[in-house]
Design a protein around this ligand. Structure first.
Ligand code: 6PG
Length: 242
């Protein structure tokens, strides 16, 4: 696995550069006439990325080659301000011409356990396989201050051993139910990119990069793509100690 670390002055500059990289990857896939599968996270940094894609690249990306999935979703309806799909729809999906069949929403308002099974099936029939698991072309992750990623929280590293495609998790503070892709599916992707900004992430980033023993409890520290590449896009506030 090759690992790339890039540090940017501001969240916008980070998101702008990554948006340009996504455009190149998608166009490369379109030239080969193959679909490009992307799993999106929620959070503040992905939101900046989606706004840029929805403003700067509306007419220049062959959106019909892209299939959007979600890394995780809060178990709320799309109109709820907590909804990751809702945020992506407001900032990006509502602004682009993409076939509705290319948008693979986690149905947050469904019964979590049933939806985890259904979404596992939806992912499985719409992605290529590697080692018997779905293989996303690109997975975009955030990083929580507690070292969580996707909706895999500390104390639940078993989700990196699970053979399930999707799991049902609970937020450790609010108890909010969430559906998340599992750690094995994350590590099966061709490219995994963490987008991390803000000084609140500084400590968790430093511990991870300096291999502090505490970081072994961070689910994000267990994102080690088996075949694919791992990239960290950090702003200065999050990455100044590494
Ligand atoms: C979610 C995300 C989650 C997020 C991190 C970082 O549904 O909340 O998938 O993993 O990426 O919590 O979020 P921020 O970038 O907003 O701090």
């Amino acid at each position: 696995m090759n690992k790339e670390v890039r540090i940017f002055q501001t969240p916008y500059k980070l998101a702008d550069e990554f948006a340009a990289q996504i455009v190149k990857m998608i166009k490369g896939s379109a030239e080969k006439m193959t679909p490009y599968t992307i799993a999106l996270s929620g959070g503040t940094t992905p939101e900046i990325l989606f706004k840029i894609l929805g403003e700067k690249y509306v007419g220049t990306i062959p959106w019909n080659f892209i299939h959007f999935f979600w890394v995780d979703e809060r178990c709320v309806p799309p109109e709820n301000s907590e909804s990751n799909y809702g945020m992506t729809n407001r900032t990006l999906l509502s602004k682009i011409d993409i076939p509705s069949g290319n948008i693979h929403r986690i149905i947050g308002e469904a019964v979590p356990e049933k939806e985890a099974e259904r979404y596992s099936w939806e992912i499985s029939i719409n992605t290529e396989k590697r080692d018997g698991l779905p293989m996303f072309d690109l997975i975009i992750l955030g990083l929580g201050e507690d070292g969580h990623t996707a909706s895999i929280f500390p104390g639940h590293l078993e989700y990196f051993e699970s053979e399930k495609v999707c799991i049902v998790a609970s937020h450790p503070v609010t108890g909010q139910k969430r559906i998340s892709i599992s750690g094995k599916v994350i590590n099966n992707a061709s490219k995994v990119v963490f987008l991390v900004t803000g000084n609140k992430k500084r400590t968790v980033v430093e511990k991870m990069f300096k291999k502090d023993p505490a970081s072994l409890n961070y689910p994000a520290a267990h994102v080690v793509p088996v075949y694919g590449s791992l990239s960290w896009f950090l702003d200065k506030a999050a990455g100044e100690d590494i």
